[in-house]
Design a binder for this molecule. Structure first.
Ligand code: GDP
Length: 430
């Protein structure tokens, strides 16, 4: 047992965009392998390092370390065309970089009709649209679970692939033409588009389950990296305003391909305030000037989506939501980011309970109740100091230390990584 490697999951405690990319980039220094276990190009991780600023979508956040093996796991949604573009963009910013990328042979492919259906369906929903990034993710995962998706390994079996695509598009075209009144997709065109990537796949494709098992037994350190956050999980999140793949560390075992008991550390990442992209209930949301100020000062360049550029919804720290998020992640520790952003506030409200129908609750409720929940705040004094250069917890202003300790108490977990700036070195030793 003791020779086995350490497996840690880095996941979101909230709605996504918590700063997981930065935390993974830091933790990857000591890792041998970084695995993305779910999601696709519908969200992004922002990373600032010696090469510049990057928004990673499908690439795991270990790509900037040449001796780290990066794996796109079977739980992901692989869009080969987008991945090719993403790699070209990274290479443009870091031309010298030689990264290692492996892709699980069992990962299913995002196909052109997934993106088309995503666009058509959002347009049909009109003012009830989910705010999809239109990367095809919901139609992709639906198809995976009705067992009609195409896995990467299938592009090497051409007759088999043609037959499966023909069948797939017979049905997809019925929906495209009859439900949405749009022109049909030619399955042979799709066949050409995906088999074009055979050389690329030959270079990168592996049996990730067997590779990870051997690596784990050989004592390698493995990081499992999630996308979005606990509250976007389709099972335990703010349904239906969720994503289509499981964002929880419990799924990391499936989506990467490792035994559940291999994962011994789960770091749930949260910001020192709240931010949220997309629709759905958000109890501590701020509006007007208060929101504008936080949005302008938040993140590395204001709170705007890494993938979409959309302004993010922002609010005060929500301890009810974060405690729930950390619990359903099975978190052993917290990663707290963006503490520096709060330096402008005279007082910092923290939501410690919700008021629902005149009653105070501290357990995160289901969506219809979230829609009517009002935040109950405890207000802490602000620290009013630029803390970006500080490297040791004891050197932080007392009120900043108190704020961190208050969050630990509320969430019921210790902060293991504390980030006070978007850059790789902007970390406070605890
Ligand atoms: P992810 O998807 O969880 O990786 O998060 P994103 O990259 O989408 O969003 C996090 C934002 O916070 C990005 O703009 C990061 O550059 C930024 N960020 C991360 N940590 C810190 C921090 O400690 N301070 C500040 N000011 N920005 C941070």
């Amino acid at each position: 047992m003791s020779d086995r490697g350490k497996v840690s999951a880095i996941v979101g405690a909230n709605w996504g965009d918590e700063g997981k990319g930065k935390i993974t980039d830091i933790k990857a220094q000591d890792a041998d392998i970084v695995v993305r276990f779910q999601g696709g190009s519908n969200a992004g991780h922002t990373i600032l390092n010696k090469f510049g600023k990057f928004a990673l979508h499908q690439l795991p956040s270990g790509v900037f370390y040449e001796d780290v093996v990066n794996i796109i796991g079977n739980g992901c949604a692989l869009n080969l065309e987008y991945l090719e573009r993403e790699i070209a963009k990274v290479m443009q910013g870091a031309p010298e970089l030689k990264f290692q990328l492996m892709i699980d042979s069992r990962v299913p492919l995002v196909l052109p009709h997934h993106i088309l259906l995503d666009e058509l369906e959002e347009a049909r929903r009109g003012d009830k649209a989910f705010g999809s990034t239109k990367a095809g993710i919901a139609p992709f995962y639906s198809e995976k679970y009705i067992k009609e998706g195409i896995q990467l390994n299938e592009i090497f079996h051409e007759e088999h692939l043609k037959a499966r695509l023909k069948y797939l598009y017979e049905k997809a075209n019925l929906i495209i033409q009859n439900v949405y009144n749009a022109p049909p997709v030619d399955y042979m065109e799709v066949f050409e588009r995906i088999t074009k990537y055979k050389d690329f796949a030959e270079k990168h494709m592996i049996d990730a389950t067997s590779f990870l098992r051997k690596s784990w037994l050989d004592g390698k350190n493995i990081l499992l990296e999630g996308q979005l956050g606990a509250l976007r999980d389709p099972g335990l999140g703010i349904y239906p305003y969720v994503t289509s793949s499981h964002t929880l560390a419990g799924f990391a075992s499936v989506g990467a391909g490792l035994p559940p008991y291999a994962i011994t550390e789960i770091l749930a990442v949260t910001k020192a305030y709240s931010s949220c992209v997309g629709a759905g209930p958000f109890v501590t949301e701020l509006f007007g000037e208060l929101a504008e100020e936080l949005r302008r000062l938040g993140g590395d360049a204001g709170e705007y989506g890494a993938t979409t550029g959309r302004p993010r919804r922002v609010g005060y720290f929500d301890a009810v939501a974060t405690r729930f998020g950390a619990q359903v992640q099975g978190a052993t520790h917290l990663g707290l980011t963006n503490l520096d952003v709060l330096a402008y506030m005279d007082e910092i409200p923290v939501c410690v309970a919700y008021e629902v129908n005149g009653e105070q609750i501290t357990d995160f409720p289901v969506s219809p109740l979230l829609n009517i929940a009002k935040p109950v705040y405890t207000t802490l004094p602000g620290f009013k100091t630029d803390i970006r250069g500080i490297r040791h917890f004891k050197d932080l202003p007392q009120n900043a230390q108190n704020y961190v300790r208050f969050i630990e108490e509320q969430v019921g977990l210790p902060v293991a990584v504390l980030s006070n700036g978007p850059k790789r070195e902007e970390i406070v030793e605890l």
